[in-house]
Design a protein around this ligand. Structure first.
Ligand code: ATP
Ligand code: MG
Length: 208
């Protein structure tokens, strides 16, 4: 089997709700790192964030709809029963289920700079390489250097080899912004995939 057949990107998050920024991250990383697929993993209850606005089922269904037209995207429900959900446990599970796969944990720059607060982050590189993507516009030459520096501080030589950086299209969009728009009755159409927009509309979450 060719090597790229084994490479899988993992995009964890709350996806509360999923938006076009998430899809763009997966698309760019998949192509740049020659990954076979990207697996989206919605968190049950993220330990650092409190209870999400949308239920796990809603977030899972929205992600499923958002990704269904892309053959290379899958959604996993590994964290459905996990309260709280820890990335390390998910990585351990995945290595157990798919020992032959090579995993790449994808995180936005904003998430990476908080990595030290994640449960046993120091073990992540035993299970996966890490791909950090830029978030929003900004000076990503500096951002890239910061990633390299922190990776080396956290993991030494291993960090140099196994932590990568990719500058991507600067989508200035977040789930926090979308939840705020929903609260204020502002339109979120064309910030989320059409499938997500219709899902939310059918369920009475949208006033416009
Ligand atoms: P919230 O505002 O609720 O934190 P979010 O938009 O950051 O939501 P998450 O579910 O927290 O979405 O994100 C999951 C992962 O995707 C994180 O690693 C995050 O950094 C990354 N990510 C989300 N949106 C973008 C974006 N627009 N550009 C780059 N990375 C992103
Ligand atoms: Mg976030």
């Amino acid at each position: 089997m060719a090597k790229s057949e084994l490479k899988i990107g993992l995009l964890g998050g709350t996806f509360d709700p999923p938006h076009l920024g998430h899809l763009r991250v997966a698309e760019e990383v998949r192509l740049a790192f020659h990954l076979k697929e990207v697996w989206f993993i919605p968190a049950g209850y993220p330990p650092h964030k409190g209870i999400p606005f949308f239920s796990f089922e809603e977030r899972f269904e929205m992600l499923d709809l958002a990704t269904s037209s892309n053959l290379y995207f899958k959604v996993l429900d590994l964290e459905r029963e996990e309260r709280p959900s820890y990335t390390l446990k998910t990585l351990e599970k995945l290595k157990g289920l798919y020992p032959e796969r090579e995993f790449f944990l994808i995180v936005g720059f904003d998430a990476f700079v908080e990595l030290e607060t994640w449960w046993h982050y120091e073990k992540f590189l035993d299970y996966a390489e890490i791909i950090v993507v830029s978030r929003g516009s900004g000076d990503w030459k500096k951002g890239k250097l910061e990633v390299e520096e922190r990776a080396q501080i956290l993991w030494g030589e291993k960090g140099k080899e196994k932590v990568h950086f990719l500058e991507i299209f600067p989508y200035e969009i977040s789930s926090t912004l979308l939840r705020d728009y929903l609260k204020k009755g502002r339109s979120i159409r064309y910030l989320v995939p059409e499938e997500v927009y219709f899902y939310l509309r059918e369920r009475g979450y949208l006033s416009v």
